[in-house]
Design a protein around this ligand. Structure first.
Ligand code: CA
Ligand code: CA
Ligand code: CA
Ligand code: CA
Length: 381
């Protein structure tokens, strides 16, 4: 290892890492653009994904809107990922520094322990399994500049590729399955109750101001006392719709559950499908798309990196870096829309399909440590 100014270069058996000083998390910050542009993974910037436009046509599945995995949730696991997970050669102090990751959990093929801890998920597990191969799940994020409210896109036209670090907890390559998709461009905002084809927002008076005392109802626009008890594992008589923000809920019986951390009622912020704040529901689709089977070889595979040292990553971690060249992206769009443009990327969606293969350890958790456009290889911090 050698150090040059603020940049530290590591020489690996498999790859080299260069760590630059830029660490700004704002996707629209200009300071980092020269070297890379990192998209924020912060939980609150993401919502469940609206239906990918191409799914039905490409896979012959007629009712995709109904096959999004039920009761999925996403959160930042505490003290579960460390710099050593991405670099076996760090000194002890740096190796133990935590790395924030975004974790998506899908209630499917849950273990007996998990079901015993939280029996309400048993029915959801069955429902998700019953979707068979058509089950999918994902998160999406619309871009909005904090400086210029008129700008609701990012320009990535100067970048060569997109890197993503993922962990699916499958260390054996033959046990890796499922397919990861990343969509970039313009996509429908309609992730909540898409069959109604309406803008769902807590801003019930559509006046552009969030009144926390009057409007923090959740996207159903109903407070607890008026909610109907619905068939949802996270619902109970105190929250009949199961839409409350409640990060501690069930954490005693199911540690690190975070089931209701994404609840929209009582989270003290405006929840809306209207990312770009233009006042209506944008439902058009025109975007670039990448995908990779999770059994494909990765640019960097930390299981291999550790194996070369005669070691195994702890806790079944299987961190891998996949790289997608922008020039190789495919396009998906509605017939009426213009083709997408790398200089105006309005949203990103990450989604999984093919998670349901009985007899193989389940793909029911995916962690993401980094998502960036770049021209350097570097670890996710
Ligand atoms: Ca809607
Ligand atoms: Ca509600
Ligand atoms: Ca509620
Ligand atoms: Ca809210």
């Amino acid at each position: 290892m050698r150090t040059i100014g603020k940049a530290t270069l590591y020489f690996f058996p498999l790859f080299s890492l260069s760590l630059l000083a830029c660490s700004d998390n704002d996707p629209l910050a200009v300071d980092c653009e020269r070297d890379y542009l990192r998209l924020t993974l912060h939980r609150s910037n993401w919502t469940l994904a609206a239906e990918p436009v191409d799914f039905t046509a490409h896979q012959g599945i007629p009712t995709l809107a109904k096959t999004r995995a039920e009761a999925s949730y996403w959160f930042h696991p505490q003290n579960a990922t460390f710099r050593r997970d991405f670099n076996p050669f760090l000194d002890e102090e740096e190796a133990g520094i935590p790395v924030d990751v975004l974790s998506i959990r899908i209630p499917i093929h849950l273990t007996e322990d998990q079901l015993a801890a939280f029996p309400a998920l048993a029915q959801t597990d069955l429902t998700n399994r019953a979707f068979g191969d058509s089950i999918w799940v994902g998160l999406m994020q619309g871009f909005r500049s904090s400086d210029d409210l008129q700008q609701s896109w990012i320009d990535v036209s100067q970048y060569e590729y997109l890197d993503i670090w993922i962990n699916d907890f499958h260390q054996e390559p033959e046990e890796r399955f499922g397919r990861l998709h990343i969509d970039l461009g313009m996509m429908s905002e309609d992730y909540w109750d898409p069959e109604s084809n309406e803008l769902d927002s807590e801003d019930r008076f559509n006046h552009g101001v969030f009144d926390e005392l009057e409007e923090d109802t959740g996207l159903d626009r109903i407070y607890d006392p008026g909610e109907m008890l619905i068939d949802n594992p996270f619902a109970d008589p105190s929250d009949p719709a199961g839409d409350n923000w409640n990060p501690e809920w069930q954490s005693e019986t199911y540690p690190n559950s975070y089931f209701k951390i994404n609840g929209t009622e009582g989270n003290r912020r405006l929840d809306t499908e209207d990312w770009n704040g233009n006042g209506w529901l944008d439902s058009g689709n025109s975007y670039f798309t990448f995908s990779v089977g999770l059994n494909a070889s990765a640019l960097v595979d930390m299981v291999e990196a550790y194996a070369n040292l005669g070691e195994v990553p702890e806790n079944n971690k299987a961190w891998r870096l996949y790289r997608f060249y922008l020039s190789e992206a495919e396009i998906r769009k509605d017939p009426s829309e213009n083709p997408p443009d790398w200089s105006q990327i309005r949203a990103v969606r990450i989604w999984l399909e093919g998670m349901n293969l009985p007899g193989i350890p389940p793909l029911n958790a995916l962690e993401i440590a980094d998502l960036r456009f770049g021209d350097i290889q570097s670890p996710p911090w």
